[in-house]
Design a binder for this molecule. Structure first.
Ligand code: EPZ
Length: 417
């Protein structure tokens, strides 16, 4: 199995370009199902989740063509079937994003229930409630969700819990429904805004994306359009934490700071110098790292996906820090691996209590999910000696060519197959 080998103690210096957001491009690829004619996407990151989604769409009969340079062409005019099988869906929870588009455009879908992942159970009850509210017959059997509707009808949907996935699926389904749909308590993440921008470019009538109230006026048809995917705020935030841990200074270009307010605020509170110039964000590492108390929350709160990289930084804090996770139960598997590098962390009741230590020492560790991988790489940059990181199948899902990017910033890092 491939591993990353990192020799710590070398500060990251220089600048790097933000890449397209994984959590925006995946629903937008699924939304291509809604459209007739070609969809052309730019700034598509070269990550394995994009290839998994491309595989699912191909299985459905969507034409998918990687044009190089982050450009991707999709065409759903000859969609062959509306069934997304378990062996594909099980690899990535975002596969469920195809359900709403299939139901809205073809009146039916059969999609495997996402199982669990290392973050815990990944439920889709809010997605199914939204489909039923839009008039679909939905039932579950043998691990598959089957839904059908002659034509979806607009309605009002209140989400009892904020859900990025359910907000995406409901918005996509409502875009071809008859009449108006209002989504209340919708997720406000920038990736929802980017999906709405894409849908609008294709002729959808979507207002209010980015706020808790989204209004969709259904139309008869959507026509494929071009779209440049928004920047990945989670990758940018991870690089900033890596920079702080490494003791360096890095500028991430083309990364809208308004997507990262909570994160930049906490990094400043941790004593790091953060400067913003237009869409370029620069972090200059400072010592001591001040300890923090942080709680994760839906956007604009502190994002759960930056919980592990921030904890990696707080490991070197000047006191006791607390990180309270409110979104995913299983998000703490990375803690044991940080402890192997010398961290002093206790987890109880969805809260990590971090007692700052003076230094970390390299060791072999394993990533258990995408963002755990980001945290372990960050810690390895600060650890004395060599750290070897396994679980690259997770890291490759969300971080494009992380070793070449970090090496270009001065890290001593190599990938051994
Ligand atoms: C998206 O997952 C992201 N994935 C996650 O990023 C991110 O952590 C999460 O949003 C929160 O921001 C993609 O966009 C592909 P949710 P999603 O629906 O849509 C519960 C990464 O590393 N819930 O907002 O699955 C759910 O169990 C990944 O890039 C229900 O109970 O997140 C969770 O506790 C990890 N019923 C909470 O809501 C439902 O029907 C938030 O889930 C749906 C969700």
């Amino acid at each position: 199995m491939p591993r990353l080998i990192i020799e710590g103690g070398h500060p990251l210096r220089g600048e790097t370009e933000a890449l397209g957001a994984k959590n925006a491009v995946l629903p937008i690829m699924a939304a291509a199902i809604l459209c007739s004619g070609d969809v052309l996407l730019e700034r598509v990151p070269d990550i394995s989740d994009v290839r998994v989604m491309a595989g699912i769409l191909t299985e459905l009969g969507v034409e998918v063509e990687f044009l190089g340079g982050g450009r991707l062409r999709l065409n759903a005019d000859r969609l062959a079937n509306t069934r997304a099988p378990y062996e594909l869906v099980r690899r990535m929870n975002a596969s469920f994003d195809v359900a709403g588009p299939l139901l809205a455009r073809f009146g039916e879908c059969e999609v495997a229930l996402p199982g669990g992942c290392n973050l815990g159970q990944r439920r889709v009850n809010l997605h199914l409630d939204a489909f039923r509210a839009l008039g679909a017959e939905v039932h579950r059997e043998h691990g598959m969700v089957k839904a059908q509707a002659t034509r979806l009808r607009g309605t009002s949907i209140y989400f009892p819990k904020v859900s990025v996935g359910a907000t995406k699926n409901a918005t996509m389904a409502a875009s071809l429904a008859e009449g108006e749909t209002v989504l209340e308590n919708a997720a406000c993440e920038p990736e929802i805004v980017d999906l709405a921008r894409f849908l609008q470019a294709c002729g959808a009538r979507v207002e209010g994306a980015g706020t808790p109230r989204i209004r969709v006026e259904g139309v008869r048809e959507l026509r494929g359009a071009s779209h440049a995917v928004t920047s990945d705020r989670i990758v940018t935030g991870t690089i900033l934490c890596m920079t702080a841990l490494s003791g360096g200074e890095v500028t991430v270009r083309n990364s809208p700071p308004e997507h990262l307010e909570a994160v930049l605020g906490e990094l400043r509170k941790a004593g790091q110098e953060v400067r913003v110039q237009g869409n370029d964000v620069t972090l200059s590492a400072r010592r001591p790292v001040r300890s923090l108390e942080v709680t994760t929350a839906p956007f604009p709160g502190f994002p759960t996906d930056l919980h592990p990289p921030l904890v990696a930084l707080l490991v070197l804090g000047d006191g006791v820090s607390m990180l309270h996770e409110t979104i995913f139960d299983g998000r703490f598997m990375y803690v044991g691996e940080l402890v192997r590098l010398g961290a002093n962390i206790r987890v109880s009741d969805h809260t990590a209590v971090i007692n700052g230590v003076r230094f970390l020492a390299g060791a072999p560790v394993e990533a258990s999910d995408i963002r755990a991988g980001g945290a372990l790489i960050a810690a390895a940059l600060a650890a004395e000696g060599e750290t070897s990181i396994g679980g690259l199948e997770f890291i490759d899902r969300g971080y494009e060519n992380v070793h070449t990017r970090l090496a270009s910033l001065g890290a001593r890092i190599r990938r051994v197959e």
